[in-house]
Design a protein around this ligand. Structure first.
Ligand code: PDD
Length: 286
């Protein structure tokens, strides 16, 4: 069951007019929210980031938080899986094609659910591979925009190289992955690039740093040079759909020992415990 512009329906019945500005211009924003045991995880943080994205593209939020809660909960209840990830999408609506904002269009709102699969045993045991590439996206990567063509092309580079993520470098420094946040470990210290307009403020990124604080894991938030990435003891990627994953090969070279590192495994355990005990997890740990 999906939601489209005021109605719940099977996805096969959902249609959007071709003049929707999402279709014509990629003029819209989105969120991806995990739900564990049918409880939305960090919902308030996702709605806060949605508001930031909408404000940044000058689109009025079509719903208040309590309306979002109702809609999202109906979708979670109306779909089969206990663990789901909810995709929500707001565009500037349908209008005659013109780059400038239409004077009075109604936003299009679409919400769907997909099963959220736990990371496979193979991924937990062996980690995944990544490549690096120049971050050639625009400079408002803090907006969760549906215009994802650069991210699509960058992710495909990884797939073509038999890897699962492309880690992006701008002016010699790590920004993030094509669809994930990136952390590294050097000398037992977790390093995270600082949030800026050059990366998406990841919700899982925040959870990882809160878990580190609460469990006395040393960390620093600072610029990370490409060379520090290449010679890191551990690399991990995080996102709402992939949680925390060890990157054990980078550009075909082993990362550290070539096996998931101790800090990554510890954070995976802490994340698992946190998501299964707090479920909704709206309350930050620190
Ligand atoms: N993407 N950076 C980018 C570019 C992303 O697309 C994502 C997530 C993240 C991690 O953010 P979070 O921890 O809030 O999921 C970082 C989602 C999952 C997607 O587009 O499917």
């Amino acid at each position: 069951m999906i939601y489209l512009n005021g109605k719940f329906m099977p996805i096969e019945e959902a249609c959007v007019p071709v003049l929707d500005r999402g279709f014509i211009f990629g003029d819209g924003v989105y969120e991806v929210i995990p739900a564990y045991s049918r409880k939305l995880f960090r919902l308030e943080s996702h709605l806060h980031r949605l508001q930031h994205s909408l404000d940044s593209i000058r689109l009025t939020n079509p719903y208040n938080n309590s309306q979002w809660h109702d809609l999202l909960e109906k979708i979670v209840v109306g779909n089969d899986n206990e663990d789901q990830y909810i995709y929500l999408h707001v565009t500037r609506g349908v209008a005659k094609r013109d780059h400038a904002f239409p004077p009075n269009s109604t936003p299009t709102v679409f919400i769907m659910s997909n099963p959220l699969l736990a990371p496979s045993q193979d991924l937990l045991t062996n980690g995944c591979s990544a490549i690096t590439a120049i971050d050639n996206r625009w400079i408002r990567c803090d907006i969760k925009s549906i215009s994802l063509l650069p991210n699509v092309l960058l992710r495909q580079m990884a797939i073509d190289a038999n890897a699962s993520e492309t880690i992006l470098i701008r002016d010699g420094f790590l920004t993030e992955g094509s669809a994930s946040s990136i952390f590294i470990v050097r000398d037992n210290v977790l390093l995270a690039p600082p949030k800026s307009h050059l990366m998406l403020p990841g919700i899982t990124y925040d959870v990882v740093l809160e878990l580190a604080t609460a469990n006395h894991i040393p960390y620093r938030i600072r610029e990370i040079h490409e060379e520090e990435l290449q010679s890191a003891d551990e690399i991990m990627l995080t996102s709402s759909t992939r949680e925390i994953m060890a990157v054990t090969r980078l550009n075909d070279n082993p990362v550290g020992t070539g096996r998931p590192g101790k800090l990554c495994q510890r954070l995976q355990q802490l994340y698992h415990h946190y998501k299964t005990t707090t479920m909704r997890g709206d309350t930050p740990l620190s």
